[in-house]
Write a protein that binds this ligand. Structure first.
Ligand code: ADP
Ligand code: MG
Length: 241
């Protein structure tokens, strides 16, 4: 589904991604771990071209999208959903409108179809009673579940999650992870940056450890988390305890 080869990204003199090569197959759940500043967010943002890569090639569903512009870029963004640490809901819109605005604007659905889909998605994330509320009336965990529903409303082929639970109070982490676990079981292709090692163990088909802009280790979660090879990963995992 996504194939990245030798992806590099610099900001001025600062090399943030120094040659990332990675393939994500349909249905895979790739969990990315690594210390702060290692380039995890930049990697995700390069995949859906929120950042323009400095060099390297990104293929998505068989097409080179590295230099996509205009309609093609828009189509990539629609098929590659993204969930952010800070939710990024529209504060002035109701929850229902937050979920329906993109599919209606992009003419994927009529308002009536989008409203029906919003009802299904709200039920799926356990927030049917919040359709007419505004984001400010929701807890962090509820906001993030809505952000996931909003992303799903576009029927994306893959969702990129950038530390979706890092901004939450501890008691709200579980409700968001549980929605993500359901999506994983339903077969959604997911790329998840997270520090939740329990989630990585339970859900990941592959764990990728990034450090200083490179993939330092990757593979089966049992191996990467259970039998780290490099000192860098051993130190990182020890710091997570
Ligand atoms: P992570 O998500 O692993 O914490 P990031 O990808 O956010 O890491 O950042 C990696 C490095 O890139 C950091 O040093 C950060 O300051 C730098 N960086 C990220 N975005 C920008 C930007 N737009 N301009 C300049 N530097 C940036
Ligand atoms: Mg980050």
């Amino acid at each position: 589904m996504i194939s990245v080869s030798n992806l590099k990204k610099s900001f001025g003199d600062l090399v943030v991604l120094d040659g990332i090569t990675e393939t994500i197959e349909k249905g895979e759940k790739v969990v990315v771990i690594g210390p702060s500043g290692s380039g995890k967010s930049t990697f995700l943002r390069c995949l859906n071209l929120l950042e323009q890569p400095t060099s390297g090639v990104i293929e998505f569903e068989g097409r080179d999208i590295t230099h996509a512009k205009g309609r093609e870029l828009n189509s990539v963004r629609m098929k590659m959903g993204m969930v952010f640490q800070h939710f990024n809901l529209f504060p002035h819109l109701t929850i229902r409108r937050n979920i329906t605005i993109a599919p209606v604007k992009n003419k994927i659905m009529t308002q009536a179809q989008a409203d029906k889909r919003a009802d299904e998605l709200l039920a799926m994330v356990g927030l049917s009673d919040k359709a007419d509320a505004y984001p400010a009336q929701l807890s962090g965990g509820q906001k993030q579940r809505i952000a996931i529903a909003r992303t799903l409303a576009m029927n994306p082929d893959v969702i990129l999650f950038d530390e979706p639970t890092s901004a939450l109070d501890p008691e709200m982490v579980g409700e968001v992870l549980s929605v993500m676990q359901t999506l994983a079981q339903e077969g959604l292709t997911m790329l998840v940056v997270t520090h939740e090692m329990g989630f990585a163990r339970a859900v990941a088909s592959e764990v990728v450890f990034m450090d200083q802009g490179v993939i330092c280790e990757h593979g089966d979660p049992k191996d990467v988390l259970g039998a780290p090879k490099t000192e860098r990963l051993k130190a990182f995992l020890a710091s997570m305890l």
